[in-house]
Design a binder for this molecule. Structure first.
Ligand code: NAD
Ligand code: UGA
Length: 452
């Protein structure tokens, strides 16, 4: 079967870029990306320099395909009806209440997609799980689909996404691998083949891996857990370096030169952020507990605990340096995004470090070249747990967004995102806490410098 019409539910950091690239590579396929948020769809259809997702190279591609074979729409019903293949790319955050609260993935968005698909489908469909899901979710989706609509056949595939924010387009163009899991039945194999055919338009065949559906679902959680584990490992060692006089960057290089270990994902940091590592590992921990594998659960949980510890420890180092009272100190937080080249601040260490500094009475300014002012304020409102008086907070601190600032106005600079532009700042006479070891290689340290 040749796919001519695709619907993608979820126009976020995954749905937007992945569908843009498929549309670019497969001009004969009509792709409609739908979302329950009208504002998001409006933004995807709006000015090219104000797309809701910032990714290097994304706007250039959207410019070429939008209105050609890529469409953004609120019309979920028609888009589902017309599609042969439906990607589900909705968010799957950690549950905040009920069974598994604080650990398990909340599948309500995925379930609601399954209900919509069942309700609006009047011919056979291939459903592709693009969201990151706990192993055996396909079973649940199938149950809903069969219960709600027994007139058509739904074939479910798992095709997890491995792109990283900030390099999404590059990752999508040159994926390390494409993973497709499906049922080993004739219909399952046919569906796998249809999806493989799409990717073979630009991905070498050897990089397209087909597996059973459970291996595919679990591989995604496992990949994120392995990546995050490397960061927590190097970050735990950076604490030991501080005590012993060893240097973490030298350690990281020495370890990474062993070809069995490799150099990637060994950058020490204030801690990993982003919408996925923490939630996916907690989900893995929950799954292990569910299956009674308590020691395995404990092992993976430690990756998250080390990360939380690292963020707290970094903030404490700043507070301790000034004997727990920052009341006369002007601090600028440099970077709110969870990493460079994205406008995403979900789970950014900045959110937590800034709160600790605020609680120690610091006079805070917050700057990021891409995260908008409103988003920073919303993060503070949503995630600052110990500082409740929101009205007072927003008058106390200065959220600069991407507004220009004069570094001379600050005593202490705290680098929390590895934006290149921070390397150009003249920090003369300042105290600099570098949560990314960004300035280690910059000569002329005429400032007081604290690295990781
Ligand atoms: P996101 O929050 O940026 O986007 C999800 C979108 O889905 C939102 O716009 C939301 O309005 C929409 N949505 C939710 N429920 C809906 C429904 N029932 N009907 C229609 N629209 C609905 O999330 P994201 O970062 O794109 O992540 C999506 C999934 O992909 C998650 O499972 C995540 O773990 C996974 N993932 C994310 C990344 C990443 O880098 N962000 C990478 C790989 C995998
Ligand atoms: C991560 C994975 O890298 C992707 O493969 C995956 O698809 C995605 O999660 C997902 O499932 O959402 P992402 O979170 O976008 O991608 O970005 P990363 O580059 O992995 O960075 C995550 C965090 O780790 C950032 O805060 C980054 O600064 C930090 N990090 C990364 C380090 O502290 N050290 C490193 O060596 C690498």
């Amino acid at each position: 079967m040749r796919i001519k019409n695709i619907c993608c539910i979820g126009a976020g950091y995954v749905g937007g870029p992945t569908m843009s690239v498929i549309a670019f590579k497969c001009p004969e396929i009509k792709i409609t990306v739908v979302d329950s948020s009208p504002e998001k769809i409006k933004a995807w259809n709006g000015p090219i320099d104000k797309l809701p997702v910032y990714e290097p190279g994304l706007s250039e591609i959207v410019k070429k395909v939008r209105g050609r074979n890529l469409f953004f729409s609120n019309n979920i019903k028609d888009s589902i009806q017309q599609a042969q293949m439906i990607f589900v790319a909705v968010n799957t955050p950690t549950r905040t209440s009920g069974k598994g609260a604080g650990m398990a993935a909340d599948l309500k968005n995925v379930e609601s997609c399954a209900l919509d698909i069942a309700k609006y489908s009047n011919n056979n469909k291939i459903i592709v799980e693009k969201s990151t899901l706990p192993v055996r979710t396909a079973e649940k989706i199938k149950e809903i689909l069969i219960k709600e609509n027994s007139h058509v056949h739904f074939e479910i595939l798992s095709n997890p996404e491995f792109l990283a924010e900030g390099t999404a387009i590059q990752d999508l163009f040159k994926s390390d691998r494409i993973l497709i899991g499906g049922d080993p039945t004739p219909k399952g194999r046919k569906a796998i083949k249809a999806l493989v055919e799409i990717y073979t338009r630009w991905v070498p065949k050897g990089k397209i891996l087909t597996t059973n559906i459970w291996s595919s679902e679990l591989s995604k959680l496992a990949s994120n857990a392995m990546l995050a584990q490397r960061i927590s490992s190097i970050n735990s060692l950076s604490s030991l370096c501080q005590k012993t006089g060893a240097k973490i960057n030298e350690l990281s290089k020495a370890i990474g030169l062993d070809h069995r270990i490799g150099p990637h994902f060994l950058e020490p940091s204030v801690g990993f952020g982003g919408s996925c590592f923490k939630k996916d590992i907690l989900n893995l921990v929950y799954l292990c507990q569910y299956y009674g594998l308590y020691e395995v659960a404990e092992y993976w949980n430690q990756v998250v605990l080390i990360n939380d510890h690292k963020i707290k420890d970094f903030a404490s180092r700043i507070v301790n340096k000034f004997s727990n009272d920052l009341s006369k100190i002007e601090i600028i937080i440099l970077g709110w995004a969870f990493k460079a080249n994205t406008n995403d601040s979900r789970e950014s260490p900045s959110i937590y470090v800034a709160e600790q500094l605020y609680l120690a009475n610091a006079s805070l300014s917050i700057y990021d070249p891409l995260v908008e002012k409103d988003k920073v304020i919303n993060d503070i409102k949503t995630y600052w747990k110990k500082s409740k008086n929101f009205k007072k907070i927003v008058t106390d601190i200065s959220v600069l967004g991407n507004q220009k600032f004069d570094i001379k106005s600050y005593d202490v600079c705290v680098i929390l995102t590895e934006w290149d532009e921070f390397k150009e700042i003249d920090f003369k006479g300042k105290v600099v806490f570098d949560g990314r070891n960004l300035l280690l290689k910059v000569p002329n340290k005429n400032y007081e410098y604290y690295s990781l």
